[in-house]
Design a binder for this molecule. Structure first.
Ligand code: NAD
Length: 260
């Protein structure tokens, strides 16, 4: 389905991004993996994708808080594979703390990585997509793109921003066969969620079990975590020809959370 196409997935050394990059490779795309981690673990995953799916996989260490590195990552992908056809803006971090104690550096980092990086990557990838008159841009947003939770000011602000960027880019590229959509997952069990448990325990004075059941899954009527593979399956559909008329959409995958 994606043979001959190239997919760049930011923040794909772990969690949702890793599931998406593997799903695209399974469909035949050459992929660019990006994100942080131990060099040997990243190389193991990169090589594993090439061997398992018989595609090419590049690793870009670009820091999504550095605009010049983002532009360079897109340029390198175009040089190596001839095009960037599918761009998934997925890299993200979280910090949980009341506004009056929220570190300013954390606010700046979350806005840069979770929001501005998507702008910079779209800005760099759009000219090539326009020239070829085909493209798929998928932003990993969150249920927090449409609703809020306390103590996540930067994350909620960034994800609402991602929703606005998604809609704006969809309108700008609507005549170029470039679709722009956001996937808005509820809680997915990944390192990002695991890491915020201690902070939430401190912010709300709760035990680990209370955080999992009374904070995280409280919001989700299904009482189940979304899986990275489910998010990846939607990302695959959005990259398909059949998804041509879906653009500017913020697609909830949150076990009914935002139906409240
Ligand atoms: P994760 O921590 O498993 O993965 C985050 C990825 O981003 C990693 O590959 C990490 O190395 C990379 N990253 C972090 N900072 C970076 C930087 N400066 N430059 C480049 N890469 C960087 O987390 P995840 O849960 O898979 O999150 C992926 C996306 O999904 C995020 O945008 C997150 O906000 C969103 N999301 C997650 C959940 C959830 O419950 N896990 C829910 C909704 C949305």
């Amino acid at each position: 389905m994606l043979q001959g196409k190239t997919a760049v997935v930011t923040g794909s050394t772990s969690g949702i991004g890793l599931a998406i990059v593997r799903a695209y490779a399974e469909k035949g795309a050459n992929v660019v993996i990006n994100g942080f981690g131990m060099a040997d673990e990243i190389e193991y995953k990169r090589k594993g994708i090439e061997e398992e799916f018989a595609v090419k996989a590049l690793y870009s260490p670009a820091d999504m808080s550095a605009p010049a590195q983002i532009a360079q990552m897109i340029a390198e992908a175009e040089r190596a594979f001839g095009s960037v056809d599918v761009l998934v803006n997925n890299a993200g971090i979280q910090h949980v703390e009341p506004i009056e104690h929220f570190p300013i550096a954390k606010w700046d980092a979350i806005i840069a990585i979770n929001l501005s990086s998507a702008f910079h990557a779209i800005r760099a990838a759009a000219p090539g997509m326009k020239t070829r008159q085909w493209g798929r841009i998928i932003n990993t947003a969150s249920a927090h793109a449409t609703i809020a939770s306390p103590f996540k000011s930067a994350y909620v602000a960034a994800k609402h921003g991602v929703a606005g960027l998604t809609k704006t880019a969809a309108l700008e590229f609507a005549r170029d066969h470039i679709t722009v959509n956001a996937i808005a997952p509820g809680y997915v069990w990944t390192p990002l969620v695991e890491h915020q448990i201690p902070e939430t325990m401190a912010a709300r004075n709760m035990t680990r079990e209370q955080v999992i059941h009374d904070v995280l899954l409280k919001a989700q009527p299904t009482k189940e975590f979304v899986t990275s593979e489910q998010v990846a399956a939607l990302a695959v559909f959005l990259a398909s020809e059949d998804a041509q008329s879906i653009t500017g959409a913020i697609l909830a995958m949150d076990g009914g959370w935002t139906a409240h």
